[in-house]
Design a protein around this ligand. Structure first.
Ligand SMILES: [Zn+2]
Length: 277
């Protein structure tokens, strides 16, 4: 499943191709993905209008015009690919947008999603912050100043395991299972501890670890369309050098103790019982 780093890299790649240009023709090859595609609204809000920004919010790609936003999510297997041809070379191409600049067409942006858990939706400018997919999202881990204080405050009275707390997008977005494992190892905090029992200074370590793990993943991913194109198979994660995830029984990189594993909230959890308290 594409995680925050993949979506961040895709956002940068899409931005490099369409910012300041227009999507003048929007062709939809099926009426729905996870939800029906609001084709008419998308044409009214987006088509033929200058693209003012391409941003990521959580794992949503937001394409802004003077009228509103296209809201795109990749689901489990989605991707966006750019090609000179109107008809994508890829199976499961569900939408194709022609990109034009002042001199004419420059290519086509295709939405490809074999399993169709993704979505293409839209919102007027004013309604975006109240959109059902957007309004309850927690802070961005990379852009938010004072993330440690926010997490500390939000975790007071929360008896859920700190790992589950981090994976809850109401608290902070974009920390999937692998990133939660890796961040807690880096921070030296045991994943099963109650969120309410994590001390203020430990939240500083955790939020710093989240930022560095996600930043490293984004850097590993690069910024071009070539880097994320496993369209016909499992998209997979970027190649990460994982410190703890999946290393059950292997020696801890810090202390050589065998890495322990368990399940928390049904998700695979890895930790060093000596380094993480
Ligand atoms: Zn250790």
């Amino acid at each position: 499943m594409p995680e925050l780093p993949e979506v961040e890299c895709l956002t940068r790649a899409v931005r490099s191709v369409i910012l300041g240009k227009k999507l003048d023709e929007m062709v939809f090859h099926r009426p729905d993905l996870r939800w029906p595609i609001p084709m008419q609204d998308l044409r009214e809000l987006i088509a033929g209008k200058t693209i003012l920004s391409v941003e990521r919010r959580s794992k949503y790609l937001l394409i802004e015009t003077e009228s509103g936003y296209a809201i795109i999510h990749l689901g489990m297997t989605g991707n966006m690919l750019f090609s000179p041809e109107a008809t994508g070379r890829w199976n499961h191409t569900h939408a194709s947008f022609r990109v034009i600049d002042d001199s004419g067409p420059v290519g086509y942006l295709h939405y490809v999603d074999p399993r169709r858990f993704g979505c293409i939706l839209c919102s007027s400018r004013d309604a975006l912050s109240q959109h059902p997919l957007i309004r309850n999202l927690g802070p961005e881990p990379l852009e938010t100043e004072g993330l440690d204080e926010i997490l500390y405050q939000r975790s007071r009275g929360k008896t859920v395991a700190v790992k589950n707390f981090l994976m809850d997008a109401h608290n902070v977005v974009g920390v999937g299972n692998i990133y939660a494992n890796e961040s807690l190892f880096l921070a030296g905090v045991k994943p099963s501890r109650k969120a309410s029992a994590v001390k203020r200074e430990e939240w500083t370590k955790i939020s710093g670890a989240i930022k560095s793990v996600l930043t490293a993943a984004i850097q590993a991913g690069g910024t071009t369309f070539r880097d994320y194109k496993h369209v016909d198979g499992e998209p997979g994660y970027f190649e990460l050098s994982l410190s703890v995830y999946g290393r059950d029984g292997d020696p801890c990189l810090r202390c050589k103790t065998g890495i322990s594993s368990s399940r928390i909230g049904g998700r695979a959890t890895y930790f060093c019982r000596r380094c993480q308290r």
